[in-house]
Ligand binder design. Structure first.
Ligand code: ADP
Length: 548
């Protein structure tokens, strides 16, 4: 028997319409290059989104076109999120911090004809000019007074374009499985891969994110997403906030700047903020060095990398603020798990609660997870057994843009049984707390950005005296993880750490330069002849980088 319920499609535009009607006066505060403290409310925001759709259509953009953004967290980027997706185009957020050749690869792979670019990112685009043959129009996110000089063809001014349009526009309803957004992940080996979100996945993800035991977003809160909007949709904050009427404070390019973050938190009375551990470290150090505090901040969400215990403790002891750790991936929109205490845990000691905060959190409804052994057999949730972590659910990717989405096929991240293979290794406690213990994917995450181990290894083995090289990520107090290069020399040769670093200096980007080089007689190998990275990470478990 069929139900007798309306089959309304889950549309991103419905979030905007809801916010405009129910929270017209709620503010969105932004830091931009052309205005250190821009303010507008959700009513004005809705109007400007409609102006922007008319701009997009006047530029010739069509349904399904991937519209590229290279921008920080601010109101104009928010307008792009809603106008592009809401009108049936695909909002393709691009990380300007990637290596320039990766940025060019991503723009070309997604076939972006129109790019919306922050003033500060223009020099990067100028440098890539020769490699962006398919880009027809560049819109600078600025008013006329701040427009930079540019040698690029067809560079337009965002505010001028908006001024020339009317806000007459009706948001269309269409199939909720239509692509709404796109974000490339470089957390895989090989070229970056495009994850394509739908209206349905985005709305469901935002609904789950707004649950009380998840992010606890509400009309009473003021949220400062420090996680970039080019990084998995700022973990869903731009959608969840408008769904429940949270005031948004957007830091623009000032993301790792302790002074600006402190200023925004105190003056706007921010109650909740989200970011990677490196950001929190910068803020805590700034506050400590300047004897400042953040009394309004109740909660700091942390994810993207394991949260060091010191961050949990310093936030609690110095600022009476709770750290809430979550785990996720670009492929999981990203919400997968999040910290929360269970009923019955009220009597835990502070130390015991801290232990739980340092785990990666519990499953959120909508995400199923399991851990499996090398024979793909499911392992128990006993806090001891560990294996490959797999997840599935309505906001988990089933394939990458331009690659096969047939489960088990080459290039598809989903196995034959329909689970996304995360590339993380984990255990799960009987209470359902996830603990990431290792990674099978051969990448390093430094300050929230990926570094490819293979790129460093390939550069190192080009040295005539190096027989074999392996790179693993090791704990670093500031960056969470940094590359350690492990080298086997050719018989009878000798090299110093400095020799190797000097050799690599002009072959690698600064971020990818190993922090240290160690020499060993032999590297461990797996049965199939690959370097056994898990074994190496075990050998170098207690390794510490030299203090700078
Ligand atoms: P994001 O950085 O937004 O989480 P990415 O796709 O760039 O998304 O990275 C996902 C990967 O980051 C995960 O597969 C995992 O390796 C790592 N990661 C994310 N959150 C955590 C966490 N809380 N603890 C440890 N590792 C994490």
């Amino acid at each position: 028997m069929q139900a007798l319920m309306m089959n309304s499609q889950l549309m991103i535009s419905s979030i905007l319409k809801h916010a405009e009607r129910n929270f017209p006066d709620v503010e969105m505060v932004s830091v931009t290059v052309d205005n250190p403290r821009h303010r507008q409310n959700y009513k004005t925001f809705g109007k400007r989104c409609r102006l922007l759709v008319n701009v997009l259509e006047s530029l010739g953009a069509k349904l399904g076109d991937r519209i590229g953004t290279l921008a920080w967290n601010d109101y104009r980027h928010m307008e792009l999120y809603y106008a592009v997706s809401g009108s049936g185009m695909v909002c393709h957020t691009i990380n300007p911090r990637l290596f320039p050749e990766q940025v060019a690869y991503i723009i070309n792979h997604a076939e972006n004809k129109i790019l919306f670019v922050d003033i500060l990112v223009m020099p990067l685009l100028e440098a890539l000019k020769e490699h962006l043959a398919k880009v027809e129009t560049v819109v600078v996110l600025s008013d006329r007074a701040h427009m930079p000089d540019s040698s690029l063809p067809n560079v337009l001014c965002y505010e001028e374009l908006l001024e020339a349009q009317s806000d007459d526009y009706e948001w269309p309803e269409f199939d909720e499985n239509t692509a709404s957004g796109m974000c490339y992940t470089s957390g895989t080996t090989g070229n970056p891969k495009g994850v394509v979100y739908s209206h349905r996945s985005t709305v469901l993800h935002a609904l789950a994110g707004a649950l009380p035991d998840v992010t606890g977003a509400s009309n009473m809160q003021t949220s400062l997403p420090v996680v970039p909007m080019f990084h998995v949709n700022a973990w869903g904050a731009p959608y969840a906030a408008l769904m429940v009427g949270t005031k948004l404070v957007l830091p623009g390019p000032k993301m790792a700047d302790g002074e600006t973050l402190h200023d925004l938190i105190t003056s706007e009375e921010v109650t909740v903020s989200s970011g990677v551990p490196t950001i929190w470290l910068a803020l805590l150090d700034y506050l400590e060095a300047n004897q400042k505090s953040v009394p309004s901040l109740e909660r700091a969400n942390v994810g993207g990398a394991a949260c060091p215990r010191s961050i949990v403790e310093r936030f609690r002891e110095q600022h009476n603020c709770t750290v809430v750790q979550g785990w996720g991936m670009t492929e999981t929109s990203p919400l997968g798990t999040i910290f929360g205490l269970k009923k019955g845990m009220e009597d835990l000691t502070t130390e015991e609660v801290t232990d739980l905060q340092c785990l990666q959190g519990r499953g959120v409804f909508g995400i199923e997870m399991c851990i499996v052994d090398e024979n793909n057999e499911e392992l128990p949730w006993d806090g001891v057994a560990f294996g490959a972590l797999k997840v599935r659910g309505p906001w988990v990717a089933k394939g990458y843009y331009g690659l096969s989405d047939v489960p088990g096929a080459e290039g598809c991240p989903v196995d034959e049984k329909g689970w996304l293979q995360t590339g993380d290794v984990a255990s799960i406690t009987p209470d359902g707390y996830l603990q990431i213990t290792d990674r099978t994917k051969d990448v390093i995450k430094s300050g929230g950005e990926w570094i490819s181990s293979i790129e460093i290894e390939n550069a190192a083995v080009n040295h005539a005296d190096i027989a074999e090289a392996a790179v693993i990520g090791r704990y670093h107090p500031k960056w969470t993880e940094r590359p350690l290069l492990i080298v086997v020399l050719q018989a009878g040769k000798s090299l110093s750490r400095e020799d190797v670093l000097e050799f690599l200096n002009d072959k690698l980007h600064k971020m990818a330069m190993p922090d240290d080089v160690v020499f060993i007689g032999e590297l461990p190998h797996t049965a199939t002849g690959k370097i056994n990275k898990l074994g190496l990470r075990k050998t170098f478990e207690d390794y510490q980088f030299p203090v700078e």
